[in-house]
Every structure is written in structure tokens, then in C-alpha cells.
Design a protein around this ligand. Structure first.
Ligand code: 6GU
Length: 242
């Protein structure tokens, strides 16, 4: 998978070179490229924002630097082993608190794509005409990571890239763990324990020491269901995927 990140703060994404995502890049499973939006300006001050049409507080990002940056990343060929199908449209992700909710299902869908471009805005957002213009070149998705407001979309990009790329085969070492974690089956994950069996006056539930795998599985399922009903009744009421 090829991922382009366009921002006025490209250093924000340095954490993506660490740990499993860093390794996946070294292994050629993933190619993450960062671009400074200001490189696509032509004025002396490299300005990317301007006051909102119609007045009001804050500043709005001008569409032209974004359009030039998007044209640039779409014209770049992928490197060696990171292949891209010519038929598949790239997906442009615009992080915004006014977008649709980024869920595990969205992460799964996006993990099956070959080329993602992220356009995180600062200030009050990007001129809406950029989105309309870009939809001729890409599939555009406006996504929010939750019902709260961040100073800019960069931290949301780090969250989304991590959630998406860990679903690419080979990125995390232990693929089986993907099936058991929270949200993969529409439920929150069951509680987990490790040795020692007695710790500061608390014990591991007996069933986990029984060696009876069917009983252990049934116990975990009922714990996951109980936890989901108690902590996230909204998830419980939604139809479950498995
Ligand atoms: Cl994607 N961006 C910003 N700025 N705030 C957010 C968000 C995104 N998702 C939730 N809040």
C-alpha cells in the first residue's frame, strides 16, 4: 500500500517510522510519503490560508496548494515492491470533525486499497471547492475519529493510519490476535490475565486454569457480551458482524 500524507506539519508523522509501521515500511509492505503543503505555494510567505468568504472567525485553507499537492502525489509512481493497480481509484481522506465516523469497518475497507492520500487541515478547514474538484480524481472520504475537536487533522491521521495499516497482511506479527480484539466482532474484548495466578489478593478466574478450551471460549464470549452491554450499549444494539 502507498500512503501520501500532505500537511503543513509533516514532522507530525515521524512517529509512523517507529515500531510495527516502521518495520512494515522497511519490509516494503508499505510506503508512507510525507509532503509539506507549503512546497505547493508560490508566494513569498508560502501562505496556505485566507479569511473566510462571508466573514467570521478564523482562517480557511486555500484550495490551490491542496490541488497542486494532490496532482503531484497522484503523478508519482510507487517504489519497487509497493505495487499499485492502474484501475483502482486512489482514496483521498479528509479528516474533519464534520465527517462520517471512522470505525473498524472503515479501517478494514481502507486497508484493502492500494493508494491512500490524507489531507489533514489546520485552521477552520479547507475551501469546500477542493473536495468537489478532487472527487473527479479520487474517491473522497471525509472522516472524523470521534465527537470532540482537535486543533488539526494530523493526530487523527496518525490514528487512522495505525488502525488501517495493522490490518494489512504481514504488518503485525500475530494475525490471529486481530480476530480476538475489541471491535473485530462487534464486541468489546474480554478481560485478559497472565501469571502469577495469585496477585496482591486477587486470583485469575478458575475457568482460565481449567484447560477446557470450550469452557474458556464460552466464558470469554459471555464476558465480552456483558462488557459490551454495560459499557457500550450503542454497540450492543447495532447488528453484529459475526
Ligand atoms: Cl479528523 N479532525 C479534527 N480537527 N478534529 C477531530 C477529528 C478530525 N475527529 C474528531 N475531531
Amino acid at each position: 500500500m502507498k500512503i501520501d500524507l500532505i500537511s503543513i506539519l509533516p514532522e507530525f508523522f515521524d512517529s509512523l517510522d517507529l515500531s510495527l509501521i516502521g518495520r512494515a515500511q522497511q519490509d516494503g509492505l508499505l510506503e508512507i510519503r510525507r509532503h509539506n503543503l507549503r512546497d505547493f505555494t508560490s508566494d513569498k510567505h508560502r501562505s496556505v490560508d485566507s479569511p473566510p468568504a462571508g466573514g467570521g472567525a478564523g482562517m480557511v485553507m486555500k484550495p490551490e496548494p491542496w490541488a497542486l499537492a494532490l496532482e503531484y502525489v497522484l503523478a508519482q509512481p510507487g517504489e519497487n515492491s509497493v505495487n499499485q493497480s492502474a484501475t483502482e481509484r486512489p482514496v483521498l481522506i479528509i479528516p474533519t470533525p464534520s465527517g462520517e465516523l471512522f470505525t473498524q469497518q472503515a479501517a478494514q475497507e481502507l486497508s484493502e486499497q492500494t493508494h491512500l492520500v490524507f489531507a489533514p487541515a489546520r485552521f477552520e478547514g479547507i475551501d469546500e471547492r477542493f473536495t468537489d474538484w478532487a472527487s473527479d480524481l479520487c474517491e473522497v472520504r471525509r472522516l472524523s475519529i470521534g465527537d470532540y475537536v482537535l486543533n488539526g487533522g494530523e493526530s487523527a491521521v496518525v490514528v487512522m493510519v495505525e488502525a488501517i495499516t495493522r490490518l494489512i497482511p504481514g504488518v503485525i506479527g500475530n494475525e490471529a490476535s486481530l480476530e480476538e480484539e475489541s471491535h473485530s466482532d462487534g464486541l468489546l474484548e474480554y478481560p485478559v490475565y497472565t501469571k502469577p495466578a495469585h496477585w496482591r489478593g486477587q486470583q485469575i478466574p478458575d475457568v482460565l486454569l481449567s484447560g477446557n478450551h470450550a469452557r474458556i471460549e464460552a466464558w470469554r464470549r459471555s464476558q465480552a457480551e456483558e462488557r459490551t452491554q454495560r459499557i457500550r450499549p450503542d454497540l450492543w444494539e447495532r447488528p453484529q458482524s459475526c
